[in-house]
Write a new protein. Structure first.
Length: 148
């Protein structure tokens, strides 16, 4: 009898959590830009023009960022603002490529990830003129060559 009661309580708890999760998602899906509070709009201001057209999961992710933003150190806040601004300027095609590259990067072995991080840091240390020259060079014929 005790096992049944424990399973019933656990089942009810899981059902309540699922319902609450569904309500939170439904709220973020329906939340229009005008319905965001001042703090959320302040953090997410670069997305104002496209907020109402974002997919539900995108809105949810952005609301999570806005929620955590006040607890972030100042340098992390600056980084978040830069990334949001960059993302808002990207075309849908560029965003999809960024998502693909991110998924691909996450699947790489840790050693390869570290190599790529090191190369990125080295690139960032170059003078702007040198970085511009490298960006202007044609890319390899095989776009996945760098990932292998």
């Amino acid at each position: 009898m005790v096992g049944f009661q424990a399973r019933l309580k656990l089942g009810l708890l899981l059902l309540a959590l699922a319902l609450l999760s569904g309500l939170a998602q439904a709220e973020s899906e329906a939340l229009k830009w005008a319905q965001l509070n001042d703090e959320q709009r302040n953090v997410l201001h670069t997305l104002a023009s496209e907020w109402d057209s974002l997919r539900p999961w995108q809105r949810e992710k952005m609301l999570d960022i806005a929620r955590d933003y006040p607890k972030m150190p100042a340098d992390k806040q600056v980084l978040v603002q830069k990334r949001l601004a960059k993302w808002s300027r990207m075309t849908p095609y560029e965003r999809e490529n960024a998502r693909k590259n991110h998924r691909h990067f996450r699947q790489l072995p840790e050693l390869r990830k570290n190599e790529l991080r090191k190369k990125w840091l080295e690139y960032q240390q170059l003078p702007e003129a040198e970085r511009a020259r490298l960006r202007a060079e044609p890319m390899d014929a095989d776009p996945d060559a760098e990932w292998n």
